[in-house]
Write a protein that binds this ligand. Structure first.
Ligand SMILES: [Zn+2]
Length: 251
């Protein structure tokens, strides 16, 4: 179910079994935005059902934080305009041509285009990988875009950060809140780390060993410094204060 943060903001918590991230809902007087698209059509159907059950509005727009599959592969299943940053969109259009048989997936891991963890989670989410459909967004922006939902504004900012260079964040000034996506997380694609599905409980320990790129963190924080917010939430974790976010970088 979606948890209430305020009258304007609701959050569906992450579901770790198939790596589904937090999904945010921002409710305006005219329009509603969903931040993150779900990781499959099945996930989208579930989200629609939960909104209905929770008497919350269905989204008029769906935005994604970055290209990683767990945030974006549900995009095709929404019948409303989708939003992505320019760099994210470029990646999605490239991935739209990927094949999902075992051999192709293994090859991408060998070439460093994908990682074992995501392959295992994709296999778990999709009992039939022919159902995977990756599409680009309907609305694409480069550095910053504001969406006025009526009584509440969402400001999308290409904040980059240590996790993935295409990452955008969704800043809601009126609520002093930021959806960070995974932007504050470790770089799971650019740095080597070990994942074995037989020992998936080691995930936190293994990713914990990945160092942050200090320059990327500093550049990221210089953008967050300019934003007036009290609370924020990363892609797969709980709500935290701005102070807790800054302290989390160990630099
Ligand atoms: Zn990610």
């Amino acid at each position: 179910m979606f948890n209430k943060f305020s009258d304007r903001i609701y959050i569906q918590p992450p579901e770790h079994f198939t790596d589904r991230p937090n999904v945010g809902l921002v409710i305006g007087d005219k329009y509603t935005l969903m931040f993150e698209a779900g990781n499959s059509a099945a996930n989208v159907e579930l989200l629609k059902g939960r909104l209905l059950a929770d008497s919350l509005p269905q989204p008029d727009f769906v935005a994604v934080s970055h290209w990683h599959w767990d945030h974006s592969f549900g995009m095709h299943a929404w019948d409303v305009p989708t939003i992505a940053g320019e760099e994210t969109n470029r990646e999605l259009l490239k991935i739209a041509g990927w094949k999902w048989d075992d051999e192709s997936m293994d090859k991408r891991v060998e070439k460093g285009e994908d990682i074992v963890f995501c392959n295992e989670m994709v296999k778990r989410e999709y009992s039939d990988r022919n159902d995977i459909k990756v599409v680009g967004a309907d609305i694409v922006f480069s550095e910053k875009m504001t969406l006025d939902l009526g009584g509440v504004e969402c400001v999308f900012i290409h904040a980059k950060g240590p996790h993935s260079s295409d990452s955008i964040i969704c800043y809601i000034p009126g609520e002093k809140f930021v959806f960070l996506g995974d932007s504050n997380g470790k770089d799971l694609y650019g740095q080597p780390w070990h994942f074995d599905i037989e020992h998936e409980d080691d995930f936190m320990e293994e990713t914990g060993k990945i160092p942050y790129d200090e320059n990327k963190v500093r550049e990221y924080l210089s953008i967050l410094d300019t934003l007036d917010f009290t609370y924020c939430i990363g892609g797969h974790a709980d709500i935290m204060t701005k102070e807790e976010l800054y302290k989390s970088f160990e630099i």
